[in-house]
Design a protein around this ligand. Structure first.
Ligand code: ZN
Ligand code: ZN
Length: 270
């Protein structure tokens, strides 16, 4: 029973972290593939950094830089530049560079945040980036003392799993897997990463149609993140832009709508 409890705690913490990032930061703030309700958007801006340890504004700006310069020398995290195993440190360095640039109002970075009316989180402006990690570690320690060490570890590992999630997507999603579209970069569809990181492994599909809330387009491609979008939409937390959804691959070819979709996606990419 103890081990089952630990697995459940890890799963809930892991999902809370990744849903905040993939639905809130990525599909919501970065690409506007879903429109968050004003209340949810406010909550995300205020609490997102505390939940994930990542500043929402800095995350979005770094991600938009990634789309603009995908797999070129200017990409903030491409395995073509630093190799698969270099991604972990590269994405951290790039995130810090973006955060410092935004704090200094550097136009090289602020030009990617014109639609983001909120500042970087006050924590990061004061050098307190470590506070969310410390609080989650404290909760983990309390859990370890009260219930058991495995439970404390499960909580902390799940809540602070974003470096692993991001590393898997940024490394293998641009290095290992098939391609449905000629995206002009090295974006790939990696099914294992997609299962682990709620659809984010389908980087090739996503770079083809960044404004699509659904990252899958073939029958065997499973995007659990889109499933969460559907549930959250039913709860009134967001609205999916269905006109921008990536059509199923067969329908895409049959309708000859690829150029239209790409124009629509490009318009909404930034
Ligand atoms: Zn990518
Ligand atoms: Zn994206």
């Amino acid at each position: 029973m103890y081990v089952v409890t630990c697995v459940v705690v890890f799963a809930v913490a892991y999902l809370l972290n990744i849903v905040t990032i993939t639905v809130g930061y990525h599909r919501g703030l970065a690409h506007q593939a879903v429109t968050l309700s004003p209340r949810v958007r406010r909550a995300l801006v205020v609490a997102g950094n505390w939940i994930t340890g990542l500043d929402p504004k800095a995350w979005v700006v770094m991600h938009r830089l990634h789309h603009e310069h995908s797999d070129t020398a200017l990409d903030p995290h491409s395995p073509l530049n630093v190799g698969i195993w270099g991604i972990a440190s590269e994405q951290l360095r790039s995130y810090e560079r973006v955060l410092v640039g935004l704090a200094r109002d550097d136009p090289h970075f602020t030009r990617y945040a014109k639609d983001l009316e909120f500042p970087i989180n006050a924590l990061n402006g004061r050098g307190l980036w470590w506070a969310p990690y410390a609080i989650h570690a404290l909760v983990g320690v309390v859990g370890a003392v009260v219930v058991g060490p495995l439970l404390g570890f499960a909580y902390f590992a799940g809540m602070m799993s974003h470096p692993v999630q991001g590393g898997l997507v940024n490394a293998f999603g641009h290095a290992v897997g098939g391609r449905n579209f000629d995206t002009g970069d090295n974006a790939r569809n990696n099914h294992l990463v997609a299962w682990l990181v709620l659809g984010e492994g389908f980087q090739n599909n996503h770079h083809h149609a960044p404004a699509s809330a659904r990252f899958s387009c073939r029958m065997l491609e499973v995007d659990l993140g889109y499933g969460f979008c559907l549930v959250l939409e039913a709860l009134g937390a967001l609205r999916i832009h269905r006109a921008a959804l990536l059509p199923r691959l067969g329908a895409l070819r049959g309708a000859g709508s690829s150029a239209t979709l790409r124009r629509r996606a490009d318009a909404r990419a930034l």
